[in-house]
Design a protein around this ligand. Structure first.
Ligand code: PNS
Length: 166
């Protein structure tokens, strides 16, 4: 068992697209850890085809975190534990919103623990303001012509509008 592994945190996700809730979590993690690596999963298995390509999702995150000096963004297409090991990270941090997130995260946690018990997952309670904000909610809103400007970075809101233009 490795010790003292609290310097680098991985914040993994689909980020399709990144929301202000994700950014709030990333900023809070960045205040706690020396280095944060945001891992954008190339193709999430359990979700439908992503709206944005991995490269687009990475670019949105790069742009939105450009003022966070200790945050970098990278696409990955491996197991999360392999991605963490590649970066010498032993900590994964995920944001938890409503209770509905719990069951899924609990299962993921068990799988990751089985794959590598040296990698510990931490769960950060979302700020109340973002408790019900999700990428899928934002996409639905945009698909029906709603303005997502208050929920996602400006560039993302513009791209959502463009993607759903009918
Ligand atoms: O934003 P999400 O969809 O909750 O993020 C899911 C993510 C990226 C954390 C998860 O899909 C993931 O870790 N994918 C990589 C494959 C993996 O390691 N799965 C868990 C163990 S089987």
């Amino acid at each position: 068992m490795k010790g003292g592994g609290n310097e680098i945190a991985i914040c993994p996700g689909s980020y399709d697209p990144v929301t202000n809730g994700h950014l709030d979590t990333i900023a809070r993690v960045a205040r706690t850890f020396k280095k944060v690596i945001v891992g954008v999963v190339d193709q999430p298995v359990r979700k439908q085809q992503t709206l944005f390509s991995a490269e687009e999702r990475r670019e949105f995150l790069d742009d939105a975190t450009k003022d966070m000096e200790n945050v970098t963004v990278e696409v990955f297409d491996t197991l999360l534990v392999e991605f963490a090991r590649k970066h010498d990270a032993t900590v994964v941090v995920k944001g938890l919103r409503a209770i509905s997130d719990f069951e899924y995260e609990f299962e993921m946690n068990q799988l990751n623990r089985m794959l590598d018990p040296d990698i510990e997952s931490f769960y950060l309670m979302s700020s109340p303001k973002y408790s019900f904000l999700s990428s899928s909610g934002v996409k639905e809103m945009a698909a029906f012509g709603g303005d997502t400007g208050d929920l996602v970075p400006k560039r993302v809101a513009e791209m959502l509008k463009e993607r759903y233009r009918r």
